[in-house]
Design a protein around this ligand. Sequence first.
Ligand SMILES: *Cc1c(COP(=O)(O)O)cnc(C)c1O
Length: 452
Amino acid sequence: MRYISTRGQTEPLSFSDAVATGLAPDGGLFLPETMPDLSAKWREWEGLNYPDLCFEFMRLFATDIPSETLREIVAKSYTKFAHEEIAPLKKLDESTYVLELFQGPTLAFKDFALQLLGNLYEYQCVSRGQTINVLGATSGDTGAAAIHGLLGKPGIAIFILYPDGRVSPLQERQMTCTEAENVFAIAIDGSFDDAQASLKEIFADQDYRKEHRLSAVNSINLARGLAQCVYYLYALLRLPKEARARVEFVVPTGNFGNVLAGWMLTKMGVPIPGFKVATNQNDILHRLFTTGEYRVDEVRASLAPSMDIQVASNFERFLYYTLDESADPVREVMASFKATGSHRFEGFAPAGFSSTHCSDDEIPEIIQRVYRDYDYVVDPHTACGFKELSPDRVSVVLATASPAKFPDTIKDAIGVEPKHKSLEVLKSRPVKKHLVAANTAAIAKFVADYAV
Ligand SMILES: *Cc1c(COP(=O)(O)O)cnc(C)c1O
């Protein structure tokens, strides 16, 4: 299986090369050249446990990795989850389920992809006899999940930039209290946008990038999307058969990454009738699905911070399919969007999608309501999913983070402070962070000094 770019100006690559490359050189995102047909096969996977299901799925894509090696990589990636089901599906009532995606080491759904990506990077290092330096910027969950995907791995160092004082204290502890030698949490005296801008400049310097064998971890990596497909399949296979035909996955999302993963399964012939795109007050996607206009707005900090984004970078993959798998119009739309900050899609009404918007005022009310109705505590991101469920559907709401990551919001809403032992342990560990000026030269020097 080879991987092509949404913008059509990159030579197709193998799975491992596409994963190592991240963003395609033409600025596009990688996609499988052809989709495997799962229309008959997926039902045969009923009864597989999570790692076995993940292996059966990933082997269709990672065709350049020997099968037994891939099986080991996948198995290892789900050993640090606290629940034996890995992604437990909990029934709240006849037509409402939650899929708990927060049982991984950093208590948010990004662990599903980043544990696997960490092990893929490790395999690459070993098989190519090279070291890798991974560099990323974060406003919270991604950095923590990336660090926990790579910590302690020989031949790999990970550098995560974050805005000092502007990530939640627990998120900071997840990044800085790992006690791992190969983790460098870099607190810069600037904003997330400053961190992101420096990162871009560093990656644009091809010589520097080559010299230090830099790799990126961001949500556009091919392996992340594929790893996320698996929990949709897993949930579908655990739903009662009569519910499957009426299911709507409700996905709290900011950059469209998570919902896109589920929808990709429909391109492989897996029948999933509905998706609800659940946004917070930064609702570019809700506006797109209700008006057909894709327009960048100012980001406003919300109670669901991991969904505070401006540009839904993974949307480009969806665009590629809605434009009949043709790269020329994708390039045109992306260029016009970049130039003007907006694009209007005529007659935009993709089948199976609905959307909601959830303001910050509503989040605590929803947390209260779900607690009252179901005796179940949802985090502020998952709360956006519970805004409004479709009455004629069986809803599976993706719970993207543990409520224990957001103790203040939960306590304000229901008077109970959620705790989680993995977070309590961190409170007694020393913080190790590196304060660096928010300028590209200083950051590049730091990385060069500590690179493996
Ligand atoms: C990252 C994140 C999201 C948003 O994910 P998308 O990739 O934008 O779909 C939602 N909830 C939590 C807790 C997250 O960490």
